[in-house]
Design a binder for this molecule. Structure first.
Ligand code: ADP
Ligand code: MG
Length: 396
């Protein structure tokens, strides 16, 4: 049954339109978006698809084909940050953010179905937010540009749902274009669509979803974020974006010389100086890896990006320490089986890795990864190609 047919079954009338917004993988530029840094996501063919209609009576009804729950009904006037923990907080948060920004949204009926795996580091949450934001913006004639949709979606996730994510996921879902990777400066949202025609180069980018999520990840994002902010404070810069790659050694010496805990501010609580040194090294080298990747792609050397991906994984594993045995296994086995490069992508502690391979080696590399997981008795990962796809759009 299509989403429009299901909408009709649920609500007793037809939707005004159907919209889609994709999940994403990040090629390189991890844990940089809360440091005003650079990221390079591409949209996946996997999307959240929503059938939506306006309401004028202040009621918001939402339903997902993927949760097994019934219709959730909310009053738009009563929407408050942190007022719900169920999945409906994502679309409700978007409606709240739109209204909080002064847009006269008086309600909606929404039914959605998504092919973006949830909790796999592929941004199913941003897909859900952005599809809601785009549908409501179009239905209410708000004409919001993609970057405004992304900002409102991020605000929904930060302030309403309560997840302190950066802007990358929402910008990727709202803004990516087919056949391109998005080079995004998260400081000012400056951006460029960089051609990424893997097939023309005889290459594939594989996503390996480990289908695991370690509880360890829950507090880690906030802790890394606090450590990066402490590092910026100790170095006297607004954010770590302001530390040039050429200044890294000096910056690390400055941080290493600080008394223990000084990087964390008064009281010495928070990340230790040794941790701050590692976090700063990751962010500064990662921004540099994005620049190197861009230079390689602009020079037509897509294969040359492989080692940069693997280097980035090493930094996430050893300096930021957000990887896990399963992600490390994907990277080491894929590279040993002939991949050009590989790294974890997203927040880590489970979720997904990406692997750049020659098309001719795709099967060998996938098989090697699956065999290695089987040999260690681990959950079988899901492997699929990341075909650079379109951002959010109206389907009908
Ligand atoms: P990720 O964005 O990496 O997939 P998150 O934890 O940020 O992981 O977001 C996953 C959450 O988003 C789910 O737990 C659920 O609340 C919500 N979500 C995503 N897709 C759907 C869907 N199709 N239906 C209902 N809720 C969804
Ligand atoms: Mg998410």
């Amino acid at each position: 049954m299509s989403v429009a047919e299901k909408f009709r079954e649920l609500y007793g009338y037809g939707p005004e339109g159907v919209w889609a917004a994709p999940g994403r993988v990040n090629l390189i530029g991890e844990y940089t978006d809360f440091n005003d840094g650079f990221v390079m996501p591409l949209a996946l063919p996997h999307t959240a698809v929503a059938a939506v209609a306006r309401r004028t009576d202040g009621v918001l009804r939402v339903h997902s084909a993927d949760t097994g729950e019934g219709v959730v009904e909310l009053a738009v006037d009563a929407l408050e940050p942190h007022s719900g923990t169920c999945w409906a907080a994502y679309p409700a948060g978007v409606v709240w953010a739109l209204r909080d920004a002064g847009h006269p949204v008086t309600g909606a009926d929404l039914h959605l179905a998504s092919t973006v795996p949830t909790g796999a580091g592929l941004s199913s949450s941003a897909a859900l937010e952005v599809v809601t934001a785009l549908a409501v913006s179009e239905l209410y004639g708000l004409g919001l540009p993609p970057e405004e949709l992304a900002r409102l979606a991020q605000r929904a996730e930060n302030a309403f749902v309560g997840v302190p994510c950066g802007i990358m996921d929402q910008m990727a879902s709202a803004h990516c274009t087919e056949g391109h990777v998005l080079h995004l400066d998260t400081r000012d949202l400056g951006r460029r669509q960089v051609p990424f025609d893997l097939a023309a180069h005889g290459l594939r980018l594989l996503v390996v979803d480990t289908r695991l999520k370690h509880a360890l990840g829950d507090g880690a994002y906030a802790e890394r974020r606090a450590g990066c902010e402490a590092g910026a404070r100790a170095l006297g810069v607004r954010t770590l974006r302001d530390v040039e790659y050429g200044q890294l050694d000096d910056a690390l010496r400055t941080l290493a010389d600080l008394p223990t805990g000084a990087g964390a501010g008064a009281g010495g609580c928070g990340p230790a100086a040794e941790q701050v040194v590692r976090y700063v090294r990751h962010v500064v080298t990662e921004n540099h890896r994005v620049e190197r990747t861009i230079a390689l792609l602009d020079a037509g050397d897509v294969r040359g990006t492989g080692p940069v991906l693997t280097e980035g994984h090493g930094s996430l594993r050893d300096d930021l320490r957000v990887s896990c045995p399963e992600l490390d296994l994907v990277v080491s086995v894929a590279n040993a089986a002939g991949a050009l490069g590989a790294r974890m992508t997203g927040g880590g502690f489970g979720g997904s890795a990406i692997v750049l391979v020659e098309t001719a080696d795709e099967d060998t590399v996938s098989k090697a990864v699956l065999d290695a997981f089987a040999a260690e008795g681990r959950t079988t990962p899901r492997v699929f190609p990341a075909v650079p796809s379109a951002g959010a759009r109206r389907l009908r």
